[in-house]
Every structure is written in C-alpha cells, then in structure tokens.
Design a binder for this molecule. Structure first.
Ligand SMILES: [Fe+2]
Length: 149
C-alpha cells in the first residue's frame, strides 16, 4: 500500500493520517494457509458475517460501465472491506477537509473504508484485481452517490 494526496504537491500519507481518518489498514500474506486464521479473527472481532470474492480483468464483460460506476464518488452506511489477493487497485477517499487521498492497494493489503466516508475505486493500468469482500450485513450494503443527494 502507498498513499498520497491527489492534489499538488502529491504529499505522501502515512498510517497515522489514515488512522485519524478512520481508515483501517493491515498487510497479510495472500497464502490461504497463513491468512485464514487472522482473517477469521478479524471477522469475529469486527462482526463480518459473510464474504465473497470478486475478480476484474480486461476480459470482464461490461468492464467499462462497471468501472464508471465504481469511480462515481459514493459512500455506504456500512464499512467497505477489501482484501486484495491478486492485481492492484486504487481507492480515492475524501479526508475530513474534503481532500482526495489516493490509496494504492496491492496483494496482501486489507483496507476498511469506514461508513459514511466518500470514496471511489479504480483499477490501475494492470487492469486486474481479485479481492475478497467482507460484509457486516450484506442486505444493507449499497452505494449512495454523492451527486445524488
Ligand atoms: Fe464503495
């Protein structure tokens, strides 16, 4: 993971700032035999009751409209939890002063976007990501677009 402000100058953002913004981050092994136990512990601790796995690549049907949707600024009323197993991705998150913070995630990165935090997602030029999504309540997880209000 590396993070920086999107506006100039693109100052690096450290773990302390991410913590202050309510963003949880941890790096784990992508080897299931190694991550299974700490991931289960995290789920138990934070109340994640379901999970699935998503894969996006250049051959994903309707990739462009999907990416357009993910790149619309939005929030959720629950946490958004992603554990990257393969590929890479970009989370842009608004800080408390409405500045964009860009967080580049790579395999082994687990990021938790807190509820009510405006953000958007993009693929990198690698056009590939496989990640686990964890949910506190799958029924309640929906995107609320910023410009819809
Ligand atoms: Fe989201």
């Amino acid at each position: 993971m590396h993070a920086y402000f999107l506006d100039e100058p693109q100052t690096a953002i450290g773990g302390a700032k991410l913590n202050e913004e309510g963003i949880f981050y941890v790096h784990m092994s992508t080897d299931r035999a190694v991550y299974a136990e700490p991931l289960a512990a995290l789920c138990a601790e934070r109340g994640y009751i379901s999970q699935d796995q998503v894969h996006l690549s250049a051959t994903t049907p309707n990739l462009e409209p999907l990416l357009d949707k993910f790149f619309s600024e939005h929030l959720h009323t629950d946490e958004e939890i992603r554990f990257v197993l393969e590929g890479e991705g970009i989370f842009d998150l608004r800080d408390k002063d409405d500045r964009w913070m860009r967080v580049h995630v790579v395999p082994g990165d687990l990021i938790i976007v807190p509820p009510h935090k405006y953000h958007r997602f993009a693929l990198t030029d690698a056009r590939l990501i496989t990640c686990k999504r964890l949910f506190q309540n799958q029924d309640g997880w929906a995107a609320i677009n910023r410009n819809a209000a």
